[in-house]
Each structure stands twice: as C-alpha cells, then as structure tokens.
Design a binder for this molecule. Structure first.
Ligand code: NCD
Length: 351
C-alpha cells in the first residue's frame, strides 16, 4: 500500500499520473477507471487482442477454447444508470471469455433501499465475484470503489462503464478501435470533429484524453456556446501539444473531418431544464451533408441517438456507428482478457 492510498479525499485530489501504479498489478492494468491510464503500447495490444478474439471465435472449436479461458471467474455488472450497449456488450464480452455474470441494474432491488451505503453494497459483491463492472451517476464513485477494493482483504478489479459526466474510458477504447479499423493509417495524422454536448458528454471527454497517444491528430470541437468542452480537457490537450479548435460552424468543419463524432444532448444533467433553450438543430448530421464530407470519412456516434443523425444516413458506407457498437464487445472482451492476464492464450489470427 503506497502512502497516497491512505486517505480517500487526498487520494481523489491526487493527479492521475501519480496514482496510476495504484490501479495496476504485476505490470498489468488492474482497475480500468480513466482514459489517462492507457499508453500507445497498451492500446495497440488491446486492439490486436480484440482482432484475435474476433478471428478465434469464428469456429466452434475456437469459441469453446476462448470460453474456457476465464470459466473459473465470475463478474458482477452493477449498472445503476440507464444503459443498453455498454451493459450488453460487457455482458457478452464476459460470456465470450467464459466468465459467469450477475447483475444489479436498479438500487431499489438491492439493500441500498434498506439504508446500506453504496460502498458497502459494492464491497458485498466482491465477496462473490472476481471483477466488478460498474456504471454510476456520481463522478468519482467508480474510482472510490476501486480505492475501497484495493484496500480490502480480497481485492477485485473495477472497470468503469461510465461515471456521471466525467469519464467513459471503455467507450473511448472502442471509439479509437473503430477509427483504427476504419481509416487507412489508423488514428495518426487524422482530424477528428466532435459535435454536440461536449460539456457534459463523458464519451468525448474520455476520447479526447486518449488522443495523447497519437501523432499529428487535430481536434475540432463543434458545439453550442453553452455546451463547450470543459477547461480541464482543453488544458490537457495544450499540455500534450494536441492542436484543437472550437467553433459553432459545423458546415465549415465537415469537409476537413476524417472522423465525425456526433453526440446527443445530455439533458439528464440539466438542473432546471436549461438545455431546452439550446438550438441543437445546427449540430445534427443530415443526408444532405453526405456530399460535403470526404469520401473516406467516417461518421460515428456512441449511441443512443435522438435526432443528431438522420436515419437515412445509416445506409451510407461512411456511417460506422452500428459497427462501432459491435466493436465495443470485442474491445471490452480484450480488455478483460488483459486484466486477467489470459491475453497471450488467445490463438493468433490465421492470415
Ligand atoms: C453514452 C453514455 O452512456 O455516456 N452511451 C454509451 O455508453 N454508448 C452516450 C450517451 O448516453 O449519450
């Protein structure tokens, strides 16, 4: 136990760079909490493991072998905020590797209703399982769980499936994996346009943090003035020398984009319905825009969508959000395999 781990409030305030070791074990990632935990080597490795998993599980023999890799392990999915894709992709990622799963999706079905603290509730899960994957509305709560569990007699790894409006690191992994698979030359040298509610969207925050791992990337943030990207992200980009622009002019940004990343308005974070006044129509991608973007560009969205992308755009080959969603399952399975150290046992993809 390092000294910085003794007091939660001090620990929480400590710079992430200083606490990375606390969330790793035996030279491997243990808890997955923040995008800042990933370096280029780790990202390339996770993506190659995801590619190997896809290939290995195409046959019954391969799928059975992969499903035996973690068949002695159990995972708990504690998702107390709405989720479709993240929940289902983690659930199926666990099943691909043979992990058995249990779930809580509503605190009204747990003893939290009897007054048990959320910290005690998650500690209870760890008595029964070997990993906790969680989504929680309170930023910092997932990190606190990892802090509690790392100090417990029987620690288990914690994976962040979305923490309030703060971070969603595994979404960022699947987003970068999607760009890596879709664009010639991968992420390096690309211009990524992020559009919409950048202030409260945890996906764009985590994705921005991952950009330090790529060279010659340019970011264009397109948002209504009320929903601009927060200063902590902009400061981090400046520190890493990643050029970015902020604009409201989506039409001008479109032809420059290699990847266009659309997001919905995150009105669940409204305090008094303030985003009702935002003119979001200018931050939507419509079929008429298809002729304005590069023939090689990709259109992405973490989903769920409301009106940010017109449904007829789905038919264009450059719309990759449904593939992006499936990539989430493979990349999450790869991440879990790496956390448990069984990544080397996944057979190499046949060429
Ligand atoms: C995102 C989330 O939950 O932050 N969804 C997801 O995980 N795919 C984006 C959103 O809800 O807008």
């Amino acid at each position: 136990m390092t000294d910085i781990g003794r007091n939660w409030n001090e620990f929480h305030k400590t710079d992430i760079a200083e606490k990375l070791a606390f969330f790793s074990r035996e030279g491997r990632l243990y808890d997955c909490l923040f995008s800042q935990q990933f370096d280029r080597g780790m990202l390339d490795h996770i993506f190659s493991v995801a590619d190997r998993l896809r290939a290995a599980t195409k046959t019954k023999a391969g799928a059975d072998k992969v499903a035996s890799l973690l068949s002695e392990k159990r995972a708990m999915l504690y998702f107390v905020q709405p989720s479709t894709r993240t929940f289902l992709s983690f659930l199926n990622a666990c099943h691909i590797l043979g992990l058995k799963t249990s779930e809580i999706r509503d605190t009204s079905t747990s003893s939290e209703l009897k007054g048990e603290s959320p910290e005690d509730t998650v500690r209870t899960f760890s008595s029964y399982v070997d990993m906790i994957i969680m989504r929680h509305p309170v930023p910092g709560f997932v990190e606190k769980t990892a802090w509690v569990m790392n100090r417990a007699k029987r620690p288990v790894p914690i994976v962040n499936g979305g923490s309030g409006k703060d971070q969603h690191p595994t979404q960022a992994l699947l987003d970068v994996y999607t760009i890596h698979r879709s664009l010639a030359g991968g992420v390096d040298g690309k211009t990524i346009v992020m559009v919409g509610d950048l202030k409260r969207g945890r996906t764009v925050r985590s994705l921005s943090y991952l950009m330090k791992n790529y060279s010659d990337v340019r970011l264009i943030f397109v948002s209504p003035p009320e929903l601009r990207m927060e200063a902590d992200i902009l400061d981090s980009l400046r520190r890493h020398g990643i050029p970015f622009e902020e604009t409201q002019d989506f039409a001008a940004a479109m032809p420059r984009a290699d990847a266009i990343y659309m997001t919905r308005i995150q009105d669940e974070h409204d305090v008094a319905g303030e985003s009702k006044a935002v003119d979001y129509g200018r931050f939507c991608f419509r079929a008429e825009h298809l002729k304005a973007i590069k023939p090689t560009a990709v259109i992405m969205h973490p989903l769920p969508r409301r009106h940010e992308i017109e449904v007829s755009v789905d038919e264009d080959d450059r719309a990759v959000y449904w593939r992006q969603e499936r990539n989430g399952m493979w990349v999450r399975a790869a991440l879990i395999a790496c956390i448990f150290g069984v990544d080397a046992k996944i057979p190499a993809a046949k060429s």
